[in-house]
Design a protein around this ligand. Structure first.
Ligand code: BDR
Ligand code: CA
Length: 307
């Protein structure tokens, strides 16, 4: 049986690619997409989710829009990375479909209750929707959460913190505190999922959706070339989806993770007790390594299936 998943995202270039990877993978049953502010405003990320689904001919997949701001913090979006639309680069028409009328959390509750089996949540944006869901509905009916966010020893929003966790650190802590299996795929891992000219060539040869993905990567590379000097871009969010559909690609360690919420300097830092320096109980499988070649083989092959 395919694993039932809900993708909670803020598309976003790598979110869009994560969504396409899920659509191209028969091991996963995409029950729907929930959206959050993050890479851009909620209105834009929701429109982008719809546009990508329509491009892939999957307007049947429901989209539910959720949080427009963090639980407690001020809204900050990542236009400096993803552009004004949140999905700058390739030209896409505005969506012809609309999100469902229910809010993401309410919609998720109905879907989880009706699902044939426990549902895996894959959050690839700030964790506000997921924290609200857990607060209001608990963990029943959920198999696990595999999120893209945080880091052991990296930062991209600040020297100390990764964007998704930085955006809503209170929500991230609530997710880590939840009584269910949580996997954190952070920057240490996703910075090994950086494209290069060879991946771009293979994507362009993989069909029209492959060309679209390569164009997304072209835009996403601009920021990463300026910041890191890379000749490519990290496809962060797709690694979380890949981990669910192809166990073994990402290597993890079960550790304690706490989120810094007091200091401004280290806001959103995920403090990972990698070497058991405390007695705090393990609460997350933390990604530590990635088989990059196998990840890109999988990505190119699955994008190719979309035509
Ligand atoms: C995360 O932040 C966003 O810019 C990306 O979509 C990804 O989810 C990486 O820090
Ligand atoms: Ca994202």
């Amino acid at each position: 049986m395919a694993t039932p998943i809900i993708l909670d995202c803020d598309p976003g270039h790598d979110d869009a690619i994560a969504l396409l990877l899920a659509l191209g993978s028969p091991e996963l049953e995409l029950l729907g997409v929930t959206t959050t502010y993050g890479n851009q405003t909620l209105e834009k990320t929701t429109a982008n989710a719809l546009r990508v689904l329509e491009l892939a001919g999957r307007g049947d997949v429901p989209v539910a829009s959720g949080a427009s701001a963090p639980l407690e913090r001020k809204l900050v979006v990542a236009a400096h990375v993803h552009g004004e639309s949140g999905l700058d680069g390739p030209t896409l028409p505005p969506p012809s479909l609309a999100p469902v009328s229910e809010d993401a959390v309410e919609w998720m509750a109905g879907v989880v209750a009706d699902a044939a089996g426990p549902v895996t949540l894959i959050p690839t944006g700030p964790l506000t929707n997921v924290a609200r869901y857990l607060d209001e509905h608990g963990a029943e009916g959920l198999e696990r959460i595999v999120l893209m966010g945080g880091a052991i020893a990296e930062g991209n929003m600040t020297p100390a913190a990764e964007f998704n966790v930085w955006a809503d650190p209170e929500a991230a802590q609530a997710v880590l505190d939840a009584p269910l299996d949580v996997t954190m795929i952070g920057l240490d891992v996703t910075h090994k999922a950086v494209t290069g000219p060879d991946v771009q060539r293979r994507l362009r040869d993989a069909g029209s959706i492959g060309v679209f993905v390569a164009e997304l990567v072209d835009f996403f590379t601009v920021y990463h070339r300026e910041t890191y000097g890379w000749d490519g871009a990290p496809i962060h969010d797709a690694v979380a989806v890949a981990h669910v559909l192809r166990p073994g690609l990402v290597q993890t360690k079960l550790r304690n993770v706490e989120v810094e919420r007091e200091s401004e300097l280290c806001r959103g830092r995920t403090v990972v007790d990698l070497w058991h320096r405390t007695d705090r109980p393990a609460n997350a499988h933390v990604g530590v390594d990635l088989d990059s070649a196998a990840f890109f083989d999988l990505l190119v092959e699955r994008i190719g299936r979309l035509g």
